[in-house]
Design a protein around this ligand. Structure first.
Ligand code: PBG
Length: 324
């Protein structure tokens, strides 16, 4: 048959497929989210099989394991005792709190690990919201930013390399940048959750930290999943306010957002394969319905192909091992 153009020629062996491959994952792409708790032991997380809430010693061991397979960036999420949760979330800037202690321990034992911290109030807030809740139930944008600044400065003081606001308040990147610079933390980066959608994919994470909102939902600050132009608006704002890295979250169902954002910014883009995405894969694999290892690499490659430079994923260690 006269078919001169045959794309299959470039697929006929693994050797030629390797030459033609456009997207390559490597362990250096991953940021490993780690949960911590102020207990003398670690606990399995019921809502996220295969994940743990670590005590500080266990955390250091897990970082050792991750480092061995080539992961050098982690992000910390604390489970805070109920007794320490208040409506103003003051515990989030306690210099002797769980997160600053964990940062100091990591920096002492693993000085080359890139320590990223979550900037938001939900683990500390008795209301379970990322911001301060007013009497009328509304989330107070500017008041929240004041507390976020205290939180970021507390983490920077303890040695955090990157602070990562996940709260979605307006204007927080610029105010955080100014607070960090004024206090002498010019080298602390801001990884902004730029397009964070109000998503049911976060359910298992809220179970892990017992951080679900006590009333209402997060739709007045997290984005409507029906929107994509709005993500570009947020990207321009964060870039102008001085963000170092922009994030899209969740990742898998939002590849179009990653791709669109890639076209309008020269900043690096992070994407977060969130707890619900992790759990869907875990559950299907446990039922014997999907091949876990293959799905991990396929989903992560798709996220990178869409335009993400780095990926936050609970599979970081598994994926790095598979690539090794
Ligand atoms: C809260 C925060 C959430 C996640 C990261 N930071 C949950 C939320 O916004 O309700 C979700 C991560 C995941 O689902 O894996 N600031």
């Amino acid at each position: 048959m006269n078919i001169p153009i045959r794309p299959r020629r470039n697929r006929q062996s693994e050797a030629i497929r390797a030459l033609c491959r456009e997207t390559l994952l490597c362990p250096g792409d991953f940021i490993y989210p780690l949960f911590i708790q102020d207990q003398p032991h670690h606990d399995a997380i019921a809502s996220m099989p295969g994940c743990y809430r670590w005590d500080i010693e266990g955390l250091l061991g897990e970082i050792d394991d991750a480092q061995k397979v080539g992961i050098h960036s982690i992000v910390l999420f604390p489970a805070i005792d109920d007794a320490l949760k208040t409506s103003k979330a003051e515990e989030c800037f306690n210099p002797e709190g769980l997160v600053p202690r964990a940062i100091r321990a990591i920096k002492e034992t693993h000085p080359h690990i890139n320590v990223i911290t979550d900037i938001a109030l939900d683990p500390y807030n008795s209301d379970g919201h990322d911001g301060i809740v007013a009497k009328d139930g509304r989330i107070r944008n500017d008041k929240t930013i004041e507390v976020l600044c205290n939180q970021a400065l507390c983490h920077a003081q303890a040695g955090a390399d990157v602070v990562s606001p996940s709260d979605m308040m307006d204007g927080r990147v610029g105010v955080l940048r100014n607070a960090l610079d004024t206090e002498g933390f010019k080298d602390v980066s801001i990884l902004s959750y730029t397009a964070k959608y109000a998503s049911a994919f976060y359910g298992p994470f809220r179970g892990a930290l017992d951080s679900a909102p006590k009333s209402g939902d997060k739709k007045t600050y997290q984005m409507d999943y029906a929107n994509s132009r709005e993500a570009i608006r947020e990207a321009h704002l964060d870039e102008d306010e001085g963000a170092d890295i922009l994030m899209v979250k969740p990742a898998g169902a939002y590849l179009d957002i990653i791709q669109r954002m890639r076209e309008v910014t020269s900043l690096p883009i992070a994407a977060y394969q969130v707890s619900g995405e992790y759990l869907m894969i875990k559950a299907a694999a446990e039922a014997g319905w999907l091949d876990e290892e293959k799905i991990i690499l396929e989903t992560l490659t798709s996220i990178k192909r869409a335009g993400a430079d780095m990926i936050l994923t609970y599979f970081a260690k598994d994926a790095a091992r598979l690539l090794g």
